[in-house]
Design a protein around this ligand. Sequence first.
Ligand code: NDP
Length: 248
Amino acid sequence: MLNQKTAIVTGGGRGIGRAIVLEFVRQGADVAVIFASNQTAADETVSEAKQLRPEAVVRCYRCDVADMAETKTTVGQILEDFTAVDILVNNAGISRDGLLMQITEQDFDQVVDINLKGAFNMIKQLYQPFLRQRKGRIINISSVAGIAGNAGQANYAAAKAGLIGLSKTVAKELASRGITCNAIAPGFIETDMTEVLSEKIKTAALAEIPLKRMGQAGEVAQLAAYLASDAAAYITGQVIRIDGGLFM
Ligand code: NDP
């Protein structure tokens, strides 16, 4: 359970991020939801969360996680609004798929800036507060593409692999203060991000997944909630796959 904990979830307006917000609230947490541009989706997440637990404090904040200055201002505001933060989930991410030949410099930079540098920026803002309070949980949403690579996702796989290196390093730097940092590596999860994939790609993916279905955002959220809980105090620096057995 996450009673009396406060979490920040980046990209919490939609998809996996929204499911994490709702699960955290259901388990007793207050949550600051960071979104990039889709205010309507973020507002919906907040009102769904309030329906789940009316006494929960859930607020949304517009912030481009790729922008260091914006993350500083936003985290400063969240710390004022909520007093303290216990859990950071770096979930915000985008993909700009294509074979390496087709990926432009801009596609590469954008994907790395949001998926990887975005997590760095957020961790940097919470590093001192977590050190001072001698507790904290950091959960970075990577991908199986960051472990195994994936044709057509050179930019995304590089960013997600970088996130794994970042997670392990942060885990080592902060372990002595009781702060944990882990990565979750989902496989194919049903969200807007995978909705745009062609039927051909989806069918090929399903053929490779032993459990023969795509994952649900709520299943990733359950794992994130466990890693955020006191029960997971002895787990750090790990990359936990949730992929229906795609990679064993
Ligand atoms: P969605 O596309 O459904 O949602 C992405 C979220 O990230 C949105 O809330 C979006 O905000 C937010 N976001 C995008 N750019 C920024 C930014 N610059 N600053 C702040 N927030 C931003 O994605 P998913 O839910 O599918 O994916 C969530 C995470 O899980 C991503 O990191 C993704 O790479 C990872 N993942 C997903 C898998 C899948 O199969 N779906 C598999 C493996 C990993 P807004 O709503 O305002 O646009």
